[in-house]
Design a protein around this ligand. Structure first.
Ligand code: ATP
Length: 740
């Protein structure tokens, strides 16, 4: 051993060679990183393959964007989108996000300096051991222990700041997204008028979270290794510049090892991208079946369908478990090879790269101050050992850094996926706010609508909307669905205070669509519409929406308590309102105004409808747009409500859709007639007719006519059946018809 050490110490310029070899290895590694996209392509054959650190389960959600636009990759579009998002995330140098980023960067730099310091300290400790200098050893060891306190704190701080940064970025994006989402009815239009975002809920939750986490993680995951490589190479260069070293063999080894690693991993890497995508799909299936059971629990329980549902769930879970099992199996072998190559083969190569010049060199070394290493009392052994240990540590750190950078490639492509999804969401929101919609038009003609026109190509908003004080006036207005179906080609009508309009027609003829246009949910593609602002119109659907909150919140929805107070209304007024709709008893029944429940389930169908109507009396709009919203309310209460609405000076626009049971004409609820002055009738084939209702006579005559029609319809059948019964029962019975 002493002989070997002796030969080492006698080698001239050996330390220089070590340092230079190490430096070249590092430079090679940097080059490999620079070429990384191509290199990764060679390495894994395709950009989508996962790599060493194999975070294989984070691909969820990227799929649909990729499906639509091809792979989200590191192209110009990615940089454009990332720049756009960064502007939102970092609005200025004084922003909180920028402050945390700066602090995070400072911590990363500090950590790298500490790593270098610890590497140097390692070398010094080894030197004291080789020199058998106990005092110096203990001194260096205490230094080493002391430095571990700030080092561990900084390590923990890096993680803390990474999470904080992700949270601050997420908060900024979420606030920005929510503002856009709830502006100008975007939450409705994004799914009804536009088809670019398939799962906007996922974009607003998972994708934003994944994007910000991925960005914050990648920042530290790339910045730290880059700093490591830069500063450690500089340190190695400083060592090398003093001594000079041959780099031939270490370079050859470095290139050969990198190339071999690439080839082997390319050959053995399973197609993780596809495996993970399939797993995400199966997870989605399982969630879907669960949510169906929750949504339809009552129906399933009534039918006793739990066995079928359980079976379905078990099947879905089994498929998912099998897929995960497959991935685990493949990962077991892949990660084993990957770790073997990147950890052990690379470390061994690093050792060889450092050792070859030492083992093959002849002659001694010269220090920076010009003194010969060989002139030391120990022949320079301790000094060279220190240099060797320091260089080795630095080289290992560099290799780790390069490995981390290489393994970040998959994370960058994932970031590209999330960037694409999140920025696409913002672009869509912005477009929608400006009235620019993109929708995949379904070209198939619908059954029964063959004579309705269909607009081919993108829909253009050519109509005109004018705000008025109190009149609704349409001129040549077309009712066109977002899918391009022209439901009604041209509608010209006028409703003004004092009128009450009943709207009727067969299913799908465009009654609710007319309300959508009046409320501004659908654009006016053609024609002219004059209408009061949406705040003057209150829409009540057939199934009124019950919000999360107290019983009071249900009556005053969408106001809150502050709004209610501002309007000068009290709980006593609310009781009076509930009185009108015969719902006053539920206040006591449900435990007072402040009680909270899942009102959707707690209230019956009719109660929900009455609650919906109660909102009209709270808001007192100019127009009440009622979409068959009293179908489950008893006729006497319905009449009372309609009469009170009329008495309050609110204009009624009421949809009633009851297809006729007896004839081809449309029958509407006679009970509602008397509250309306006009009737707008759609024929379901694009035509319409508006006429005045002569209430009293038509109501009475119509009711009488319908009654007679019903009775007469059964008479011939009854006659036939009676004769049949007489013949079956025989001669002992005689047919007696009594007339009253
Ligand atoms: N968001 C949408 N996107 C595309 N087409 C739609 C959309 N909403 C409704 N439609 C189509 O518009 C047509 C008219 O629908 P609308 O809801 O106005 O019918 P309706 O007269 O109220 O019928 P019902 O009596 O059944 O309630 C239907 O054929 C429907 O398919």
């Amino acid at each position: 051993m002493s002989k070997m050490v002796g030969s080492i110490t006698s080698t001239k310029s050996l330390q220089e060679k070590i340092a230079k070899g190490a430096l070249i290895a590092v430079l090679l590694a940097i080059g490999a990183k620079k070429l990384s996209p191509k290199f990764r392509k060679i390495l894994f054959g395709s950009e989508n393959r996962p790599n060493s650190k194999s975070k294989d389960f984070v691909d969820e959600g990227i799929g649909s964007v990729n499906d639509k636009k091809g792979k989200a990759s590191l192209n110009k579009e990615f940089y454009r989108q990332l720049r756009y998002l960064l502007k939102i995330l970092f609005p200025g140098l004084k922003s909180k996000a920028f402050g945390i980023l700066t602090l995070h960067t400072a911590t990363l730099v500090a950590r790298t300096f500490l790593s270098i310091y610890v590497s140097m300290l390692d070398g010094k400790i080894v030197r004291t051991i080789v020199r058998r200098d106990l005092r110096a050893f203990l001194l260096q060891l205490s230094q080493w222990l002391l430095i571990s306190i700030p080092a561990t704190f900084i390590n923990s701080l890096i993680r803390y700041l990474e999470c904080e940064l992700a949270l601050v970025l997420r908060t900024r994006l979420v606030n920005h997204a929510y503002n856009l989402y709830f502006d100008n009815q975007t939450y409705y239009r994004v799914s009804n008028l536009d088809s670019r975002l398939a799962n906007v809920d996922q974009c607003l939750t998972d994708d934003i979270t994944m994007f910000t986490q991925s960005l914050a993680h990648l920042y530290s995951h790339l910045t730290k290794p880059l700093l490591d490589v830069t500063l450690m190479s500089f340190t190695l260069y400083t060592l090398a510049s003093r001594r000079g070293a041959s780099s031939k063999y270490p370079s050859i080894i470095g290139v050969a090892v990198l190339y071999l690693t690439a080839q082997i991993l390319k050959a053995i890497s399973p197609k993780f991208g596809n495996l993970v995508a399939e797993e995400a799909r199966l997870k989605g299936d399982l969630r879907f079946v669960h949510s169906r059971v929750i949504a339809n629990a009552e129906e399933i329980a009534f039918y006793g369908g739990h066995k079928i549902e359980l079976n379905l769930l078990q099947k879905c879970y089994k498929k998912l478990a099998e897929q995960m099992h497959l991935i685990f199996n493949k990962r077991l072998w892949y990660i084993m090879f990957e770790q073997f190559l990147m950890k052990y083969v690379w470390s061994a190569s690093g050792l060889i790269m450092v050792a070859i010049p030492i083992l093959t060199a002849k002659g001694g070394g010269i220090r920076a101050d010009g003194s010969e290493v060989d002139d030391d009392p120990d022949g320079g052994v301790s000094d060279r050992t220190k240099a060797f240990t320091t260089a080795r540590n630095l080289l290992i750190n560099c290799a780790d850094a390069v490995e981390r950078m290489m393994s970040s490639y998959k994370e960058i492509t994932e970031l590209a996926g999330y960037t694409s999804r999140v920025s696409e969401m913002f672009e869509t929101f912005n477009d929608i706010r400006q009235g620019k919609y993109k929708r995949t038009i379904v070209t198939k003609q619908k059954k029964g609508k063959s004579n309705l026109e269909k607009i081919s190509g993108p829909l253009q908003i050519k109509g005109e909307v004018i705000d008025t004080e109190s009149v609704i006036d349409t001129e040549d207005l077309a009712i066109i669905t977002p899918n391009g179906d022209v439901i009604v080609g041209s509608l010209t009508m006028r409703v003004e205070p004092g009128m009450h309009l009943l709207i009727t027609g067969p299913n799908g003829c465009g009654k609710s669509s007319l309300f959508r246009i009046f409320s501004g949910l659908w654009p006016v593609y053609k024609g002219k519409l004059q209408k009061p602002p949406p705040t003057s119109m209150f829409y009540i659907p057939q199934r009124p929406y019950m919000s999360i909150g107290t019983l009071r919140d249900q009556v005053i929805y969408p106001d809150n308590v502050e709004d209610m107070k501002k309007k000068g209304l009290t709980d006593k007024d609310l009781i009076n309102i509930l009185n009108i709709v015969n719902l006053q008893h539920i206040v006591d029944r449900e435990g007072g105004w402040d009680s909270e429940s899942d009102w959707k389930d707690v209230l019956s169908g009719g109660e929900k409808q009455r609650m919906g109507m109660a909102r009209i009396f709270y808001h007192r709009p100019q127009y009440a747009l009622l979409d068959e919203c009293t179908s489950a309310v008893s006729i006497d209460v319905e009449s009372k409500i309609y009469q009170t609405v009329k008495d309050s000076g609110i204009v009624l626009l009421t949809i009633t859709h009851r297809p006729s049971l007896w004839s081809r004409t449309v029958r509407y609820r006679p009970s509602l007639w008397k509250f309306h002055t006009h009737l707008l009738q759609f024929d379901g084939e694009g035509g319409w007719r508006m006429e005045e209702l002569d209430t009293n006579t038509r109501l009475t005559l119509n009711e009488e006519k319908q009654k007679l029609e019903t009775q007469l319809a059964g008479v011939p059948k009854m006659h036939n059946r009676l004769s049949e019964l007489c013949s079956i029962l025989g001669g002992g019975f005689s047919l007696t018809i009594q007339s009253g």
